[in-house]
Design a protein around this ligand. Structure first.
Ligand code: F6P
Length: 364
């Protein structure tokens, strides 16, 4: 007998298995249930906090040269253990592993590819702040029969068949999309079920809130500096309204806020480390978050191009990310175009900020 609530399993069976379509009976719902099991296990581990004995450095660095925390490795293993056995995956990629993780010979292989960041924003662990996990699911190309390798994963993000994230805050939520909108489930801890609480999330098209690490301002490109300056000018500037700024240092937390009430998140291209194209990783951060955001009516770009159209060149490729409320992201895209075409003279003029003199009203 139904209690009127929709659990994750019911949602997935109704959405994927009982609807005609490419993922019907393909096992995608079972794979996502295993991903959800990883998330529940991670939530339980995080809730124990310092009592779990897993805080602090693992005394190792990952493939990006970043210090790994014990929890980075523990949460990575949790994903591997929950997802490697089910016969649905051909391989896995994660922020914490150099190459493609091959499914052990003891288990059957499947046709899906899982890329994940097991613990996003892990610098927040030490301060008991919000962290998350991010995941992306691709299907192997139909003509691919060899063991999954790097090339198997190097596909445009628009080909994802599912993507999502978990946010470990006061409550744990799983937000996901299988291509029919973005939906949020809240973990009912005492029962262990994810329950649908946020159906078909829509990001407001306009917003007066932006998120960026402002300590990098001197390294930003002019179009980003222009946008942020205009926001900071508030009601006395060309935007004629006050803006609010937030920075949680966890992409999951920023994206979640944007899904709940709108806004823009930017980790743009900058010249702090010229060799790096951006800060965030394409396969397991930018692509899944872009999929989630677009499925909720928002936009996600590098500044110049749609992230979901990029073809990845490497497993751990980094990209600039600007995502969120449609009209704000479109405006930032336009600013990049105007800059590239040399059409944004008002911004570079010393009279920039003199709204009445130089800046036309610029509806997105
Ligand atoms: O690794 C990614 C990440 O932790 C994001 O989740 C977050 O948005 C960003 O890095 C934080 O960067 P910064 O250290 O510049 O605040």
């Amino acid at each position: 007998m139904q209690d009127g609530r929709t659990t994750l399993s019911k949602f997935l069976i109704d959405t994927l298995d009982r609807k005609p379509g490419p993922e019907a009976a393909s096992g995608l719902s079972a794979l996502l249930i295993d991903v959800a099991a990883s998330i529940k296990t991670i939530a339980a581990a995080l809730t124990r906090g310092a009592l779990g004995g897993q805080h602090g450095s693992a005394q190792s660095v990952n493939t990006h040269g970043e210090e790994q925390k014990k929890l980075d490795l523990v949460t990575n293993d949790i994903f591997l253990q929950h997802c490697e056995w089910d016969g649905l995956l051909a391989g896995m990629v994660s922020e914490e592993m150099d190459g493609v993780y091959a499914i052990p010979d003891a288990y059957p292989r499947g046709e899906y590819l899982l890329a994940f960041d097991p613990l996003d924003g892990s610098s927040n662990i030490d301060i008991n702040g919000v962290v998350g996990s991010i995941f992306s699911v691709l299907k192997r190309a139909p003509d691919e029969s060899h063991a999954a390798d790097e090339a198997s994963f190097l596909r445009p993000g628009r080909e994802q068949v599912a993507a999502g994230y978990a946010i470990y805050g006061p409550s744990t939520m799983l937000v996901l999309s299988v291509g029919n909108g973005t939906h949020g489930f809240t973990l009912e801890r005492d029962v262990g079920n994810f329950v649908l609480t946020h159906s078909d999330i829509r990001i407001p098209e306009d917003s007066c809130e932006f998120a960026i690490n402002a300590s990098n301002e001197r390294f930003w490109e002019p179009p980003v500096r222009r946008y942020v300056q205009e926001c900071k000018d508030g009601r006395t500037g060309c935007r004629a309204q006050d803006f609010n700024m937030r920075w949680i240092a966890s992409m999951v937390a920023e994206v979640h806020r944007i899904l709940m009430r709108g806004g823009v998140f930017m980790y743009p291209r900058d010249f702090k480390t010229p060799a790096m194209e951006g800060r965030l990783r394409l396969l397991y951060e930018a692509n899944p978050m872009s999929f989630i955001v677009e499925q909720a009516g928002g936009l996600s770009i590098t500044g110049r191009e749609r992230i979901l159209d990029m073809k990845a060149r490497a497993l751990h490729q980094r990209v600039p990310v600007i995502l969120g409320s449609r009209n704000e992201v479109a405006r930032i895209h336009r600013y990049h175009g105007e800059y590239d075409r040399g059409e944004d003279k008002p911004f570079t003029s010393p009279l920039f900020n003199e709204r009445s003199l130089f800046l036309p009203e610029t509806p997105a």
